[in-house]
Design a protein around this ligand. Structure first.
Ligand code: RP5
Length: 167
């Protein structure tokens, strides 16, 4: 799956290390479910900055409209991606290291003014995908309908819990 696209590539998912790949795959699974094309790349912002720049430039040319950037520790990857595009960037902090994800969470959410990065919870590739889809759905009524259907199915699942019988 890594390095491959499942279609025209509307969401570009990049992880700072192969150790972050599970979160990227959770993002891709949700996007697949919503019929949104995506691709996964493994590029460290500090170990391979030129490769990252090439990915961002090429991704825009291929029609990627939203980026999901996933990283742990100093977690500068989302900010570096955002510095090179005006497309929306969603950062996913990853657990690990001495602060177990709090370091990455603060690094991503505390982007200084001028270059924004949206931030979801630690390891929450699912919510990153849902936010990316919501951004794309602003201009895509069919995708909005699929997102609404997904929300409705969540309600159905909760209502079906035996604890909620009779509600
Ligand atoms: C970041 O540092 C990655 O996003 C990863 O979460 C963390 C550790 O990476 P490795 O040193 O294991 O490649 O670059």
């Amino acid at each position: 799956m890594t390095g491959e696209s499942n279609g025209s590539g509307r969401v570009g998912i990049v992880v700072g290390s192969r150790s972050d790949i599970a979160a990227a795959e959770r993002s891709m699974a949700v996007l697949d479910e919503l019929e949104v094309d995506s691709e996964i790349r493994v590029i460290s912002a500090h170990r391979a900055p030129e490769l990252l720049a090439r990915f961002i430039a090429g991704a825009e040319e291929r029609g990627i409209r939203v980026f999901i950037a996933i990283a742990g520790l100093a977690a500068h990857l989302p900010g570096v991606v955002a510095s090179q595009t005006t497309r929306p960037v969603i950062g996913v902090p990853m657990a690990g290291g001495v602060a177990d994800g709090l370091d990455a969470l603060l690094a991503i959410v505390q982007m200084p003014k001028g270059v924004p990065v949206a931030t979801v919870g630690v390891g929450n590739g699912e919510n990153a995908a849902l936010l990316a889809a919501a951004i794309l759905a602003v201009g895509d009524a069919d995708l909005r309908a699929r997102l609404e259907a997904r929300r409705a199915s969540q309600v159905d699942a909760i209502a079906a819990d035996p604890a909620n019988e009779g509600l």
